[in-house]
Design a protein around this ligand. Structure first.
Ligand SMILES: [Zn+2]
Length: 278
């Protein structure tokens, strides 16, 4: 019996060590990891699941265990993911971390920009290459995929008159996207990306209402799954269509629209484009 347990433990040990365990902070990075990895059977996963809240994330004990078992850990940047940076420092794991967005850490929601996404994928690839886990072929495939999605989004917005390409967002999650695709974000209900549930002041609210009327804004976007009570009220008071729910912070579960980076960016673009034309 003892021998069996020992063998079992040994087997389990080999089993875990033989396959690279690569853990990313959230689903969008994990998607690119899956595309770049060359090692057959390499296990990759994300800490914050599909549907999870990125801002102000708190590490759980099971996350901590996942990170401890990981050979490579991938995050966006240490400033926006302080929970991950704190864990890395406390556990002396700076040799295992790849930050893919340190250069562009001033850009909010950088994965919504194709140009920044390409730069992040290159950084990710370089970090995986050093560990013999990626290849040039895979990198070029991912870069082509981003380029193709970008062209599809450009074609989508070409159907919207320029004067109509203006939106208000629930929180500032579409600035990089707007800049890339020639849209204007005239304002956000909540200014700080770190406080998605906080309400705006009465003054801020009436400013937004005036702005919508003055500039004939027809679309307010909100974050799917988040409290959008203020956005609902604003749309009602401005007598425009109800807020448009978008999924920007994560990829949807496999098999549904938005389950890959290209599908996520294109699905959001199609929703915005349709709403702007209404
Ligand atoms: Zn956000």
């Amino acid at each position: 019996m003892l021998r069996l347990i020992t063998l079992g433990g040994l087997f389990l040990g080999l089993f875990v060590d033989a396959r690279a365990q690569i853990t990313s902070s959230f689903t969008i990075i994990d998607y690119w990891v899956g595309k770049l990895l060359t090692e057959p059977g390499a296990i990759h996963q994300s800490i914050i699941p599909s549907g999870g809240e990125l801002h102000g994330y708190q590490l759980t004990p099971s996350d901590s265990l996942k990170l401890s078992k990981s050979r490579v850990i991938i995050g966006l940047n240490p400033h926006s993911e302080t929970w991950l940076n704190d864990w890395i420092k406390a556990n002396n794991r700076s040799a295992s971390i790849i930050w893919i967005n340190e250069k562009f850490s001033q850009v909010s929601h950088p994965w919504m920009s194709p140009a920044v996404s390409k730069a992040m994928v290159k950084t990710l690839h370089d970090g995986l290459m050093i560990r013999k886990l990626s290849s040039e072929v895979n990198l070029n495939q991912v870069l082509a995929e981003i380029r193709n999605a970008e062209l599809s989004v450009v074609r989508e917005f070409a159907t919207v008159p320029e004067s109509r390409r203006i939106i208000i967002t629930q929180h500032p999650n579409l600035l990089a996207f707007a800049e890339a695709f020639n849209l204007e974000v005239a304002g956000s209900i909540i200014e700080s990306p770190e406080a998605e549930s906080a309400d705006p002041s009465a003054q801020k609210y009436s400013q937004l209402l005036k702005l919508i009327k003055a500039r004939n804004i027809r679309v307010i976007t909100c974050d799917a799954g988040q409290n959008n009570r203020v956005a609902q009220q604003l749309a009602k008071d401005a007598k425009i269509n109800p807020p448009l729910p978008l999924t920007v912070e994560y990829l949807e579960k496999s098999g549904t629209p938005g389950d890959t980076w290209p599908s996520m960016i294109l699905t959001n673009a199609q929703k915005i484009s349709e709403a702007l034309k209404k």
